[in-house]
Design a protein around this ligand. Structure first.
Ligand SMILES: [Zn+2]
Length: 328
């Protein structure tokens, strides 16, 4: 049997209108909860937790402790991934309330956990419902408000890697190159570049189009059964940089620089990508220069050690790395 995961139901509505009669197990990040708690006073919170890290043993403990009839997450990637884990472990329905469009995790069926210095995706479940209040998103800190655009712009480098591996016969059997899917992904990339200014400005139409792009990117990967069109060397760079830093940064802070550096390594024109990231206020300077250098130097070995699908990151030389850094 081949199973294709669905997207969550999406509701665009003011958070004050949420009508949730069930007892809620709330999974949140502090800043997000503080921003919207006054609009969610109707929720009957039976239990709540703020996950501290993307570590499976911690999430399992939360799943054991959790009480309620529905899991509700309020926050970004970490809260969402933990909530997906808890809901799937306990067989509970899941409602996600993003306070910023910071990642594609609101639409995916897997949760990223940190293990041995890399990110592993474990199957959990897609949220049953995602509730978006554009007023709330508009009010989010600009650096995370539309940072999820990185998970669509990563098509530029991820798809390049997919073709690169194909030309060398290095794609695994379960992720063969598919030129039609590649063209669909390219169209989504173009749509993301087009909406970047409006989404970055917090304009509702732009934010909505960014959601379209994220949802379609996730659905394309769901249909293919893998993430090759949107996940490649830019994400490997992000995972490796995070392991060197020893602590997390917002996903966009890691993937954004990863896209520009890796697109530069690949010899692509990075200007449209840079313009879109800047328009969406993605911080491009939070990774210290020495960590950038170390990440690039160790990247081929890192990719092999973690058996990541083949991309330019496996073959980056000192010279290529310099070219990439010049594009940041
Ligand atoms: Zn990502």
């Amino acid at each position: 049997m081949t199973r294709v995961w669905p997207l969550p139901e999406l509701q665009y509505r003011p958070l004050t209108d949420i009508d949730e009669p069930r007892d809620v197990a709330l999974v949140y990040s502090r800043a997000a909860w503080d921003a919207v708690a006054s609009q969610l006073t109707s929720l009957r919170v039976a239990w709540s937790a703020e996950p501290g890290a993307a570590i499976e043993t911690e999430w399992r403990r939360l799943a054991d402790e959790c009480e309620g009839e529905v899991v509700v997450s309020v926050g970004g990637g970490l809260a969402t991934d933990a909530a997906k884990y808890i809901a799937s472990t306990r067989g509970l329905p899941l409602v996600c309330i993003p306070t910023a469009l910071s990642v594609d995790a609101f639409f995916t069926w897997a949760s990223g956990v940190r293990r041995d210095g890399c990110v592993h995706y474990i199957p959990t479940k897609p949220p049953d419902r995602v509730v978006v209040d554009f007023e709330v998103i508009r009010g989010a800190p600009p650096s995370v408000r539309a940072a999820g655009i990185g998970d669509v712009l990563s098509i530029a480098t991820g798809s390049w890697d997919w073709r690169y591996a194909h030309e060398r016969g290095l794609n695994p059997e379960d992720a063969p190159y598919d030129s039609s899917a590649d063209r669909i992904a390219a169209t989504l990339l173009a749509a993301a570049l087009e909406c970047a200014d409006a989404a970055g400005a917090g304009d509702e139409e732009g934010l909505r189009r960014l959601i379209d792009c994220l949802a379609l990117e996730v659905q394309l990967c769901n249909l293919l059964g893998h993430s090759r069109p949107e996940e490649g060397s830019e994400h490997y760079f992000a995972y490796s940089a995070e392991s060197i830093l020893g602590h997390g940064l917002p996903h966009g802070d890691l993937v954004g620089p990863g896209i520009l550096i890796m697109a530069g390594v690949q010899g692509q024109d990075t200007r449209p990508l840079r313009d879109a990231l800047v328009a969406c206020h993605t911080p491009l300077d939070t990774i210290p220069p020495d960590v950038l250098e170390r990440t690039l130097r160790g990247l081929p070995e890192y990719c092999r050690r973690h058996e990541l699908p083949h991309g330019i990151a496996h073959d980056v030389t000192h010279e290529m790395g310099r070219r990439g850094l010049d594009c940041l």
